[in-house]
Design a protein around this ligand. Structure first.
Ligand code: ATP
Ligand code: ATP
Ligand code: MG
Ligand code: MG
Lengths: 227, 227
């Protein structure tokens, strides 16, 4: 499903170039539940943004479902994102002038689903993450962990083939965190590929495989049997 | 240092009123190192914002260093904030058009400290949080955990009497997290009062006292001997 070979990525900063990904090799098969761990600043969000077709890379190749993701027009990139991917951003990126329900329903709005149906599906997901009573709140009327759960619900609503989640439990207490992991595991059990960037060992322990990133390269992998 | 009696706080939402703090009693003496835990949405950030004189409350009393914090003019509120408090926000609130160094130095700029001196102190703090090589980066050129560490450094630079930190390690890996906790403990050892809202039991375990919030009230306290 995801095949990455020798990906290099640098950021331009004026005359300087800062190399952040220094030759990443990674294969994730359809239906896997995988976590990515690594120190703050090691390149996890950068890698996830490349997987999410949200950012370019300078060298190497990224194949998503067999198609090379390189030099895509914005139209093609948007097509692949909308048809394959659900993304939970590290900083949530909710629309500030839409309430929680509208934010969650957004992907279905783009898919031209009727208002009645998309709002019903959005309500169901909000219930799954314990936010049924916050549906009408605007993002600035939500706590940090509530915004995070709205972002998670939004990433799942269009039932995408691949879910990319950047530290999805960072703002959650342990009980809510477990609730979210149950949701991800259920989605994975239905055949979806799930990739979770996390700092928390307890979260990684619930995934079958953990990729350890350090200084822009994959250092090693660990496997959790029965996860 | 901090004395809270029967604080009640509600948010207005159109015709509705949502009561979030339902009678909080809390005393924190000078020099204590205290953590606050509780479920997502239980009122922790709301309480910390009241302690930080960033938000009002409807009933009860909040005394900071013996002075009642109620119905203060913005000028007086700003005076108390600048003279007593350092605040680490859950969503960082960095200035987007200033680099990391300038963001950290900001409190000293307001205190009219010379540029040379404030930049030197800011560099020292950036080194303490492992970000010396990111001093020139703008916030949108920093990772999530790097932004968090810039916010922490900024809260500490003016050597405030009271540090209020809202989930300061939420975006950090365990090693960087330990580095930050060492910094908080060192600051506390020098006589400062430190209040840390956290979801992580390992962080709370490093504080002498943990206040457990639930549904807008203090449920109970736990004590960690030798922390
Ligand atoms: N736009 C940018 N320009 C320059 N450098 C950048 C930019 N964005 C990120 N960086 C740098 O790239 C490195 C990797 O960033 P990234 O956000 O991928 O880290 P991360 O592993 O997700 O960290 P965290 O765990 O703190 O979220 C960091 O050291 C950061 O300073
Ligand atoms: N401006 C607002 N208007 C209405 N309700 C609000 C507003 N801000 C926060 N709330 C609600 O108040 C409650 C407490 O919010 P608060 O941010 O204090 O929670 P928290 O304990 O910090 O949660 P988290 O651990 O997720 O950060 C939440 O249920 C939230 O929905
Ligand atoms: Mg990141
Ligand atoms: Mg909060």
């Amino acid at each position: 499903m995801i095949h990455i070979q020798q990906i290099r990525k640098s950021y331009r900063m004026g005359a300087l170039s800062l190399e952040v990904l220094k030759g990443i090799d990674l294969t994730i098969n359809e239906g896997e539940l995988v976590s990515i761990m690594g120190p703050s600043g090691s390149g996890k969000s950068t890698l996830l943004n490349i997987l999410g077709i949200l950012d370019q890379y300078q060298e190497g190749e990224y194949h998503l479902a067999g198609t090379l993701m390189k030099n895509l027009s914005e139209r093609k990139a948007a097509y692949y994102r909308n048809h394959y991917l659900g993304f939970v951003f590290q900083s949530f990126h909710l629309l500030e002038f839409k309430n929680a329900l509208e934010n969650v329903a957004l992907p279905l709005y783009y898919q031209k689903v009727s208002r009645r149906r998309r709002n019903r599906q959005a309500m169901e997901l909000l219930e799954r993450v314990g936010l049924a009573d916050r549906a009408q709140h605007m993002p600035n009327e939500l706590s940090g962990g509530q915004k995070q759960r709205v972002a998670i619900a939004r990433a799942l609503i269009s039932d995408p083939k691949v879910i990319l989640a950047d530290e999805p439990t960072g703002a959650l207490d342990s009980q809510t965190s477990d609730q979210v992991m149950d949701l991800f595991r259920e989605v994975n059990a239905s055949g979806k590929t799930v990739v979770i960037v996390t700092h928390e060992a307890e979260i990684a322990a619930k995934t079958a495989r953990t990729i350890h990133l350090r200084d822009g390269v994959v250092q090693n992998e660990t496997h959790q049997v029965g996860a």
